[in-house]
Design a protein around this ligand. Structure first.
Ligand SMILES: Cc1ncc(COP(=O)(O)O)c(C=O)c1O
Length: 382
């Protein structure tokens, strides 16, 4: 076999997808799969979406790169749309979730005017670059890469008192996911974000909400913090924003924006015209009816999972179309995901015992019913 020069930093399945349409994926042997993972919460409107494809092709034919040295009405339009949807005032565009968080961390420190301490949570995932990795509260991602960026501390997720106790005179911000995705689809107690909002306002520190996995409609609200009717100071967004074309966004309040001057931060590729043209359409597609649809199909899915009543299932959690199924200790989620793949369903994991399900918003009851039957069969046969 020919030696592969591809770096071995991923554990890849020996399956290659070459084509996708809607919620279907096809591998190089022609086998059909139903996509319940969307990349990892990325292709939320499915593959080969006619409106999104047309927007990309139109922009490719016009112009696919300039630089951020010139005006961009496409970026202006998307920034205004995101500001309108989120309650934030300004938007910076990058290329990924990691970069969106990197900008969030830099903005928080600039706003802190010398205060540099940022509080994050155990089990969180914020990215792989040094700032976002230092914010990430999981040792397995740090191992081999220390020392990290100083100034971060990590406290239990879901505990307001833990955050309150960690605040010092040096603290500039708290960063949290509204639901921890990679960490196991962990939902905090109700009103956690509301409590954090109050706490951060009282202590005059910033609340950064990482909506990279939960945002752009995934939980049935445009951003998940809207379930608790709060407005953060900084929001990081990516993944589903351009339905698979790389795009990150860091949204911030006018108070934060006021400290960012030309030259403080930037990106050669950030806010690429093709990505932004597609994202403008994604945001248009994600109207109130679409959000309601995500909530109702998510509820149908949840009810179906609860109806499985299988002894291997320990817990089912999530909101809208981000769902975690936690198995008993004897069941390895990777084994379930591999078996599901064999059966033609693409699904992911979050930790050793949690199956992570991130279906496209266009999924129907019919596919969900097939998924549930197959999941029951797979876990019964383990
Ligand atoms: C909550 C959260 N933050 C940040 C990231 C990093 O995003 P990216 O992989 O696009 O850099 C992820 C990716 O899984 C994520 O789920």
């Amino acid at each position: 076999m020919q030696k592969s020069a591809l770096l071995k930093n991923y554990n890849r399945y020996p399956i290659e997808f070459e084509r996708g349409n809607g919620f279907f994926l096809y591998d190089t042997t022609g086998k059909e799969y139903i996509d319940f993972y969307c990349g990892i919460a990325v292709t939320s409107f499915g593959h080969n979406h006619p409106t999104l494809k047309a927007a990309a092709i139109e922009q490719i034919n016009k112009l696919w790169h300039t630089s951020n040295l010139f005006s961009s009405s496409l970026q202006e339009s998307l920034a205004n749309k995101l500001a309108g949807k989120s309650g934030m005032d300004y938007v910076f565009f990058s290329n990924s979730g990691t970069e969106a968080n990197e900008a969030a961390i830099k903005f928080a420190r600039k706003w802190g005017n010398g205060k540099s301490h940022i509080i994050s949570t155990h089990g969180s995932f914020h990215g792989r670059s040094y700032g976002s990795l230092s914010a990430t509260g999981q040792y397995k991602f740090w191992n081999g890469f220390q020392p990290l960026v100083p100034g971060f501390s990590h406290v239990p997720y879901g505990s307001l008192s833990a955050i309150a106790n960690a605040i010092t005179d040096e603290t500039t911000a708290v960063i949290v996911e509204s639901i921890q995705g990679e960490g196991g689809v962990n939902e905090p107690p109700e009103n956690y974000l509301k409590g954090l909002r109050d706490l951060c306002s009282e202590k005059n520190i910033l609340l950064i909400v990482d909506e990279i996995q939960t945002g752009i409609g995934r939980t049935g609200k445009f951003y998940s913090y809207q379930h608790e009717n709060i407005i953060p100071d900084i929001v990081s967004s990516a993944k589903g924003l351009a339905n698979g074309i790389p795009l990150g966004a860091t949204l911030c309040s006018k108070e934060v924006a006021a400290v960012i001057k030309p030259g403080d931060h930037g990106s050669t590729f950030g806010g690429n015209p093709v990505a932004v043209a597609v994202a403008n359409k994604v945001v248009e597609l994600l109207d109130d009816a679409a959000l309601d649809g995500i909530t109702s199909i998510g509820n149908i899915f949840m009810n179906g999972l609860h109806g499985l009543h299988h002894s291997s299932i320990k817990n089912i959690r999530g909101k809208g179309l981000i769902i975690g199924v936690e198995f008993s200790d004897a069941v390895q989620s990777k084994q379930v995901a591999a078996q599901m793949l064999e059966e033609g369903f693409v699904v992911g994991t979050a930790g050793e015992h949690v199956l992570r399900i991130l279906p496209p918003f266009i999924i129907t009851q019919n596919e969900i019913a097939k998924f549930l039957l197959t999941l029951k069969k797979v876990i019964s046969n383990l």
